[in-house]
Design a binder for this molecule. Structure first.
Ligand SMILES: [Fe+2]
Length: 274
C-alpha cells in the first residue's frame, strides 16, 4: 500500500495569509502534485494543526480545498485545532467512544492507528493523552493484527529533539504512553507533526518520522529559547510505501520549480558545472 503524509496545514479563513503565506495556495499545489504523481495511494493523512486558530472559517476553507483531492483523507487533531469547529465541516471523521478524533484502520499491508493529542485546556499548546485516550490506544494495540506493520500517528512527539521551545510543548505525559506500549505491542513506526522540521530517529526502539509543515517552518536552531524561530524553508510531503513488511519514505519537495535533467547527460553535466 502507498499513502501520502502532509502535516501542519495551519489553515486560516479564505484569502487570509499567515506569516506571509497562504496555506490554501500551498495545499492546492500539493493536491495538484498528489493527484498527478500519486494516483495509487490509499489515503492522504494530515498529522494535525489543520487550522491555525481553529475557527469555523478556517475549516470551511480547508474542506473546500480538500474537495479537489482524489484520495480519501485521514485527519488528525493538533494543538491549534478545535474539535467542535472541525466536526462541523468534517462530520464524517471517525471518533472513538469518548469523542476523541482517534481510529484504527486495518489494511492488507499495514494497520493505521491515529491518536488525538490535543489538549484544548492547555494554555501553552502542549499535548495530552488522558485516561480515555490511553485506553483507546491500549485496545487498538491489542486488537491490531500481528502479521503486518502497525503504524502509529499522533501530533505531539512524546520526547524532546533539542528544539528548545518545542520541547516545552511536546506531549505532557510521555511516560503514560510508553507504559501502554510497553505492556501491549510496540508500533513498527511512529509518525508525528508539530515540529515543522524534518526529524528522524528512534524512541524506545521505535523508529520515528517527522516532516516539514505544509505552511511556515521552524528553523534549525538548537540554541534559541523563549520563542519559536520560524523560517520559510520549502515544504515537503512524504510518499510512504508499505509492502511485505518493508516501509520506504520519500520526501517530496512539491514546490520546487527548477530544472530537471539526466545525471547521465554530459551536456547537462558540463552546463550545470560550467
Ligand atoms: Fe503546527
Amino acid at each position: 500500500m502507498k499513502f501520502v503524509i502532509l502535516t501542519d496545514t495551519h489553515f486560516v479563513a479564505r484569502g487570509r495569509r499567515i506569516y506571509g503565506l497562504d496555506p490554501a495556495e500551498r495545499l492546492a499545489a500539493a493536491i495538484e502534485a498528489i493527484n498527478r504523481d500519486h494516483r495509487d495511494i490509499a489515503f492522504v493523512i494530515v498529522t494535525g494543526d489543520l487550522a491555525h486558530w481553529g475557527e469555523d472559517a478556517a475549516y470551511e476553507n480547508l474542506a473546500g480545498v480538500l474537495s479537489s483531492l482524489h484520495a480519501p483523507t485521514n485527519l488528525l487533531m493538533g494543538n491549534h485545532d478545535r474539535r467542535d469547529a472541525f466536526a462541523r465541516y468534517f462530520p464524517g471523521v471517525k471518533r472513538d467512544a469518548a469523542g476523541f478524533v482517534q481510529a484504527m484502520q486495518v489494511f492488507d499491508e499495514a494497520t493505521i492507528v491515529t491518536l488525538d493529542t490535543l489538549n484544548e485546556a492547555a494554555p501553552n499548546h502542549e499535548g495530552l493523552l488522558c485516561a480515555a485516550r490511553l485506553d483507546f490506544l491500549e485496545h487498538a494495540l491489542l486488537a491490531a493484527p500481528e502479521d503486518r506493520p502497525l503504524l502509529l500517528f499522533q501530533h505531539h512527539p512524546p520526547f524532546g529533539t533539542g528544539l528548545r521551545y518545542m520541547d516545552t510543548i511536546r506531549l505532557a505525559n510521555p511516560q503514560a504512553e510508553w507504559e501502554v506500549i510497553a505492556r501491549t505491542r510496540r508500533p513498527d513506526y511512529l509518525f508525528m507533526g508539530h515540529l515543522h522540521r524534518p526529524v528522524a530517529g528512534l524512541w524506545n526502539g521505535i523508529p520515528f518520522h517527522i516532516q516539514r509543515a505544509l505552511a511556515h517552518q521552524v528553523a534549525f536552531d538548537l540554541e534559541t529559547e523563549g520563542h519559536i524561530p520560524g523560517s520559510h524553508e520549502a515544504p515537503d510531503y512524504s510518499d510512504v510505501g508499505v509492502s511485505d513488511g518493508q516501509i520506504v519514505i520519500h520526501q517530496c519537495s512539491f514546490t520546487y520549480a527548477g530544472p530537471r535533467f539526466s545525471l547521465h547527460d554530459k551536456a547537462a553535466l558540463d552546463g550545470m558545472l560550467g
